[in-house]
Structures are given as C-alpha cells and as structure tokens.
Write a protein that binds this ligand. Structure first.
Ligand SMILES: [Zn+2]
Length: 445
C-alpha cells in the first residue's frame, strides 16, 4: 500500500527547485499552496505532495477549479548530507517574522525563509480568490495527526472538513511560524498539519489524505470528483486520529527546555492527561519537571538533538462545542467589540490601533487568555501563566476586578483617574482581533 521511507532513504533525492509542481488548468478559482519539508528531517510532506501532483497530472479531473501548488520548505536542510538535519543553523519555522526577514541578518535557514515566504507572496499576488496555505510536518514522538491553526472564523470553516483534532493558539506560544506569517502578512487561511511520526510510512499516507481533503475544503476539487482513491481521504484521517478526531484544544502553556539533560519521562505520550503539580512530565539536570496547569500533554520533545530554549512540551485544554459556538456568535457582533473597553474593567483600547486592546496585568492574571480567545482576540504580548491555586486565583480576581471597577467608577463620576492612565505601559498585555476576522473574505491581502 505504501513504500517504507526507512527502506528507501534516497527516495527524496536532491531537490533543486522550491516549486515541486503545480496544477492550474483553467486559471480560475481559489489557490491552495502546500509546503512540505520546512524541517529537513520531515520528508513525508514532500513525498505526499509528489503523489498528489502526479495523480492530478495523470488524471486531469474535469471539475478542478483553482490553483494547487506544492513547495519545498528548507532546501538547505533537505539537501544536507546528513538526512536527519532539521535545520542548518536555526529553525526555519521560528524565523518567519517581518522584522527578521527584512533585516540584514544572514544565515542559510534565514535565506530559505526569505525564499519560501517570497514564493508564498508571489502566490498571493497571483491569487484570483481565497488563498489557503498548508504547512505539512511530522513529529518526533508517537502522536495522532493534528491541525494547529490560528482561530479565525474563516480558518474554522476550512478546518471543519478535516476529521482531525485541532489545536489553537500555537502562534501565541511561538514566534516566527511560517503559517502565522501566511495569515497575518499574506491574508491566507493557513494551517499546520502534523501527519504522525517522522519515519512512520503511514505519515505520507496521512499527509496525502490531508492534501486531497484540503483541495475539497478550499472548494477546488470535491473528493468524489478527483482521481479514484482506494479510501475516502477523510476516512484515512479519521482512522489515524482515532478518538481525537474533531476535538478542539487550546494550547495554554509552553515549557521551554531550561537546562541540559532535558528528557521526557519514559512512557509519557502526546495527549496524555496530566494534572497540575501531580504529574512528572520530564526531567533535566535540576530534577523533575511538572506543569502549573492540568490538561493534555502536547508535542513532548523527543527530537534526538535538543537545545536549551527549544520547546520542551506544551499543555493544551479541550474546548467545548458550546464555547466554540458562543465564541463564533460573539465575535461576529461589532457591538461586542465596541463594548469591551467600556464593560471590562482594566481593559482599554490601544491608542491608534482600532482592533487592539490593552489589558492591565492584574486583570489579565484573572481574566486569563481564554476570555480573549472566546472573544476572538489573540495575545500579542502577555506574561506567562501564573502558578496559583484556585483559592488564591479567585481572591486575586475579586481584588483586581473590584479595584479596576472602582477606578472606572471614579473616572466616570469624578473624571481624571481613567484619563490619567498612561497610553501604554510595558507591563500591559496587548491583545488584537484576529486579522482574518476583520478582513473581508475575498481580500487576499
Ligand atoms: Zn516540523
């Protein structure tokens, strides 16, 4: 059914061009750009893209309406003599910030990031309609496949076609993600898809199913109208995702590697339920490492090469259906967004930025990130999760909200106090509405 990557390490071969291929027979419709191999040790995405491109050119489906393009990510790492190089000097998937890309800094991976974001910008410029970007990856420890995406309503509409678990707020925990650049700078609905473990041949199969499903979700090629496949790709995905299919999780905590000797505890697996201060997740030179919040273990780092500062693990919390529906309802209401600074104590509009809010840190500690997520805001600047027991948190909350409400009332009746609040203090949290929520559907940038 599928060839084993382990048996054919040279299958990938030398990749000379970033563009792996495209299919665009009628020059009309949406654009789907899919990137594989952003990490050099993850060939599965590129192999999956080659399969899809081959089948499209072979079968030439009549009803195909749109442009599909496959791109290779980090050519320098993919073509590196050591086939297991994730990157040459720096992780490409942490370099995609407008500042860094435009800077004078140099490096093989940064050059790759410039080439890749440039290729995506070209696709955006030639797009004739909605623009969707997929970034295909694999992970280091056994894990069901999943989607990580920025929680805009437009991304939700695309993601609902995939029977996979969805993780939100990845981009709040990490800077420089390619997918985040595609959304905030290029206006694309973008998703990271992790297809399974690096060398598991099933990962290629899963990622191929992801691409067919994405063509369907983007409105380019309905699954039934494409080349005949052994199994409906959505079935392939549902089977691989098992009980986690369609679950939605919010990433609430990131534990970076702080010291040498970091290792995930034997037996700990992705999606394990972990309890605040009760579950030992990893160890390093200083001893056991646990978590300040309860939830599910996400992306435990079992890469053979780990460096201080890399992600150690994340904790994600499942989000209920009602919460998601309420969130969609609230964020579609302009009145809600206008009312937030007036109704939420300690929250004020960021001067000069229509869609940004400033949140006083003592309030932020209590309201916490999930309230802003609910309302469709993304954390731009925040302080780490505080390690507080429930009782202390409630007490802090009462004091903070009471204090802020008092200041609001004083400002309203007496004047002065509220007006005297400085424009922006370094300790304030900054939250911003999702760019795709405020952009019209067919504006690709
Ligand atoms: Zn990766």
């Amino acid at each position: 059914m599928h060839e084993s990557l382990a048996d054919e390490p040279t299958e990938l071969g030398l990749i000379e061009r970033r563009e792996l291929g495209f299919y665009d027979p009628w020059r009309t419709g949406p654009t789907l750009a899919v990137v594989g191999g952003v990490h050099g040790n993850e060939p599965a995405g590129i192999l999956a893209l080659r399969r899809v491109l081959e089948r499209l050119h072979e079968h030439r489906p009549e009803s195909f309406r749109g442009r599909f393009v496959g791109l290779a990510g980090n050519l320098a790492a993919l073509n590196h003599p050591d086939r297991h190089t994730r990157y040459v000097e720096a992780d490409l998937n942490r370099l995609c910030t407008p500042g860094l890309l435009a800077s004078d800094s140099e490096g093989p991976d940064l050059d790759e990031a410039r080439g890749l974001t440039g290729a995506l910008a070209d696709e955006r410029d030639r797009a004739r309609g909605p623009f969707v970007v997929l970034d295909l990856h694999t992970v280091s420890s056994p894990s069901p496949p999943f989607i990580a995406m920025s929680d805009s309503l437009r991304a939700r509409a695309v993601a609902r076609h995939f029977p996979l678990p969805i993780f939100l707020a990845f981009e709040e925990n990490l800077t420089g993600l390619l997918a985040d650049y595609a959304t905030t700078e290029l206006g694309a609905v973008s998703m990271i898809v992790e297809g399974g473990q690096h060398d598991d041949p099933c990962s290629v199969e899963v990622l191929e199913a992801v691409v067919w499903t994405a063509l369907h979700a983007a409105g380019i090629l309905a699954i039934g109208d494409g080349p005949e496949l052994d199994t409906d790709p959505r079935e392939v995905l549902a089977r691989a995702a098992g009980g986690y299919a369609r679950g939605v999780f919010d990433i609430r905590y990131r534990c970076p590697i702080g010291r040498d000797g970091f290792a995930i505890e034997p037996g700990r697996r992705a999606m394990d339920k972990v309890r605040r201060h009760r579950t030992v997740i990893a160890r390093d030179e200083a001893g056991p490492i646990d978590t300040p919040i309860s939830g599910r273990l996400f992306m435990p780092n079992r890469q053979p090469a780990r460096r201080v500062g890399d992600d150690g693990f994340f904790i994600a919390v499942e989000v209920g259906r009602m919460w998601l529906r309420l969130s969609a309802w609230l964020r579609r209401r302009p009145l809600v967004h206008r009312a937030i600074p007036a109704l939420m104590p300690g929250v004020r509009r960021r001067p000069g930025r229509e869609h940004d809010l400033l949140v006083a840190p003592e309030i932020a500690a209590v309201l916490r990130r999930q309230i802003f997520h609910l309302l469709g805001y993304r954390l731009i600047r925040s302080t780490p999760v505080e390690d507080l027991s429930r009782v202390r948190r409630v007490w802090r909350g009462v004091m903070a909200v009471g204090g802020a409400a008092w200041r609001m009332a004083a400002g309203f009746f007496v004047g002065g106090e509220r007006g005297a609040l400085p424009d922006e203090r370094p300790e304030d949290w900054i939250v911003a509405r999702r760019t795709l929520d405020i952009r019209p559907e067919n504006d690709p940038g």
